[in-house]
Design a protein around this ligand. Structure first.
Ligand SMILES: *Cc1c(COP(=O)(O)O)cnc(C)c1O
Length: 429
């Protein structure tokens, strides 16, 4: 497959953009080679600047739940753009998206809109610290919550891909307040509360880890975090930036029946526009300015283009959406597993509704960061490039989740993907 135009653009980009990109994982350092520049996308397909077409499983890292260029979202953006791209003043669009979010996720009584998932988690942590008057936070190894200083400690995907354990530029004084525990390790979570319980403001956790690949919670893990935080007067933040509206209409918290104090959202709620949000119990949210003393603001927060795009996508969702996503994901995953078995490839796939990850490992479970690191990343790199040549675009890193959209058809793009995987596994075997 020729990608001359992408190569030329990457050379040009590298002169004026750091690493040729605006977000590190896009640079293909996790898999080697030159990133692909895209021009258009439609439903399950991406079309690059050389005119090559790919079946896509990246979904802009999650938002494209209904595939690219979903007509309702495109229309909503076009109509709003003609009215103006921003006011910086209250609009009806903010209310209707907030009302929808509150109705889908019952633990969210009030919302604050922001511009990214990073902003949502940073602000939710400030709120939790302000409410409790405590400094320490607990996060999990391989858990990624955006690039806020306090959260760039043992974070997942991007940081893993580049092999940076932590980041220079994060003050030790700040990092020392971040306590890190292995994901799905119930005893370690109890131990950290035994040692620091009175100083912990909040536990922030991805209810399904998605940034070290997809790693679902084991039974009792989230329940234990809910119990520990309640017993010690700390807040539980479920970071649903990836899982919100991805795995269920009510988010992962509905799937696992966990009631957090605060929830962070992003990705799907913007329909592909830059959006984040956090919300939760009104008594907590009311501590934010202008109701309360804890400050948070944003020039473009609640931007009408983003609100209209998010509303158009969210209001299209219902229980059928998730039944279809689960069915499609199961179809793809079982096809890939069959291909692995027939070619004797050691593979383990974790999946929940519209998200999944392939780990090249002989282990029968992958439940934590150490399990993820034990998988064969080099084999993923070979798989990734071979699939690209088959016209299938997976994430350019072994530490990401793959996403299925409602636009992927089982007897069309998904069967084509399974057939391509089968050919690639035959060569890898
Ligand atoms: C993507 C992600 C973030 C960061 O969101 P941005 O919009 O990239 O800042 C935070 N938390 C989780 C769980 C994510 O998947």
């Amino acid at each position: 497959m020729e990608r001359k135009q992408s190569d030329l653009l990457f050379a040009r980009a590298s002169k004026v953009l750091v690493g040729g990109v605006n977000s590190p994982v896009r640079a293909f350092k996790g898999v080697g080679g030159t990133p692909i520049f895209f021009e258009r996308a439609d439903g399950p397909y991406l079309i690059d600047v050389d005119g090559n077409r790919y079946i896509d499983f990246v979904a802009s890292w999650g938002p494209m739940l209904r595939g690219y260029s979903y007509p309702e979202v495109v229309d909503a953006i076009q109509e709003q753009a003609a009215r103006t791209t921003s006011f910086g003043a209250p609009t009806f669009a903010e209310i209707k998206l907030a009302e929808l979010i509150c109705s889908y996720v019952p633990t969210i009584e009030k919302v604050r809109m922001v511009n990214s998932g990073t902003e949502a988690t940073m602000s939710a942590i400030r709120l939790a610290r302000g409410i409790t008057g405590r400094d320490k936070i607990v996060k999990f190894e391989g858990g990624f919550h955006g690039h806020g200083d306090a959260l760039l400690v043992k974070a997942g995907s991007g940081v893993l891909t580049l092999g940076l354990p932590d980041s220079p530029g994060v003050p030790q004084d700040l990092a020392q307040h971040t306590l890190t525990v292995p994901y799905n390790d119930i005893d370690a979570a109890k131990a950290v509360f035994d040692a620091y319980g009175d100083a912990i403001a909040t536990v922030i956790v991805e209810p399904i880890a998605g940034n070290m690949g997809c790693v679902p919670p084991i039974a009792g893990f989230l329940e234990t975090l809910r119990e520990l935080t309640t017993n010690h007067g700390a807040l539980l933040i479920l970071d649903e930036v990836m899982t919100g509206f991805r795995v269920a209409q009510g988010g992962a918290q509905a799937l696992y029946d966990i009631q957090p104090d605060l929830t962070t959202l992003g990705k799907v709620i913007g329909g592909g526009m830059p959006v984040g949000a956090f919300g939760g119990r009104a008594e907590f949210m009311n501590q934010l300015a202008p109701e309360g003393p804890i400050y948070q603001s944003g020039t473009l927060s609640g931007n009408p283009l983003a609100m209209e795009a998010g509303y158009a996508l969210l209001q299209s969702l219902n229980s059928h959406t998730y039944a279809a996503l689960a069915r499609k994901t199961n179809h793809l995953v079982s096809g890939i597993n069959d291909a692995a078995r027939s070619h004797h490839i050691d593979l383990h796939i974790n999946h929940v509704c519209g998200m999944f990850s392939m780990f090249f490992t002989s282990q029968s479970t992958v439940t934590c960061f150490a399990d993820v690191m034990a998988a064969d990343a080099e084999r993923y790199r070979m798989f990734f490039h071979a699939m690209l040549d088959e016209g299938v675009y997976f994430a350019p890193s072994p530490f990401e989740s793959a996403f299925v959209s409602t636009s992927h058809e089982e007897n069309h793009q998904l069967d084509a993907t399974i057939a391509a995987v089968d050919r690639v596994f035959a060569r890898l075997a």
